[in-house]
Design a protein around this ligand. Sequence first.
Ligand code: NDP
Length: 302
Amino acid sequence: ARKRFEDRIVCVTGVGKGIGHDLILELLQEKAFVIGVSRTQEDLDKLRQIIDQRVQLQQAHAQSDQKDSQDKKEGDEDENEEDEQETEKKNEKGNENAEIKTTLNTNPSYRLICADLSVRKDVETVVQECIAAKVDMLVNNAGVAGVSKFLDTKYEDLRRVHSVNFEAAFLLSQGIAKYWVENKIKGSIVNISSSASLRVLDEHTAYCTSKFALDGLTKCMALELGCHGIRVNSVHPTVVLTPMGISVWQNNSKKGNALLELIPMHRFVETQEVIKAVMFLLSDESSMITGALLPIDGGLSL
Ligand code: NDP
């Protein structure tokens, strides 16, 4: 596995399901310390189980590597003295490596927080937890959909969608960026926006406007935080068949098929295609990219 996130502390919101869930696993794979935030405790319990199972599997691999290395050492004892000395040196090194691997893998690098990001007090708690952990990267991923015609969209629904998709991202980013500026940390933020802010969708007034606001935030933060070495970017996927994507698009195949017709590549996005773009923008691989709005939409927004 690559290690672009070794020694990095990354906060990801909305890790209970969908994109955030798979992103946190990829970040752990690349050795990040991850702070995962989501609303439903049951989802976090399941995620914890998955992570712990992976850690156990890695431990088993490390132990088997260690055993192979010991077996090799014993087998080599029959060889001549000169070879023996040489082999022993190599095995000592192998055992050392196995030891380090085991130590790292027995120490799961994550913290999961159950919080409702539509509640300001919860967002403030998350900011404090992030600062205490010395966070240096943030992915504003938590989001909710809202489907209704403009004329039928209730003010309460608009507020509900905006409070998670935009306001929580604003509060989290601001709280964390203040800490970064004060401590001269060159942080990186990726906002999960949507192709719906590049090309509006029927029956999506609350959702589209929340993502437009998020894009404005991405650009404003990129403009003002660039001088501190802090980068802010966003990704804009079209439909991904996560629980959200399924409920809005797959459960209405007529609507889903009509959208597929508009996408030049005639397919929806794989979760991993979003994750790869997020990890690129989050990491030092994109060290001179800020304020970028990256479509992941098979050409839908052209
Ligand atoms: P899912 O609904 O599958 O997962 C969203 C996650 O965010 C869930 O774990 C959910 O928890 C959590 N979440 C929602 N509201 C809150 C809240 N108030 N506080 C804390 N956690 C919350 O969505 P996706 O993975 O599909 O979406 C992730 C992001 O990608 C969103 O911002 C979405 O707008 C965006 N996106 C998605 C697309 C798609 O087609 N799927 C396309 C383009 C963009 P819970 O279930 O407990 O509420």
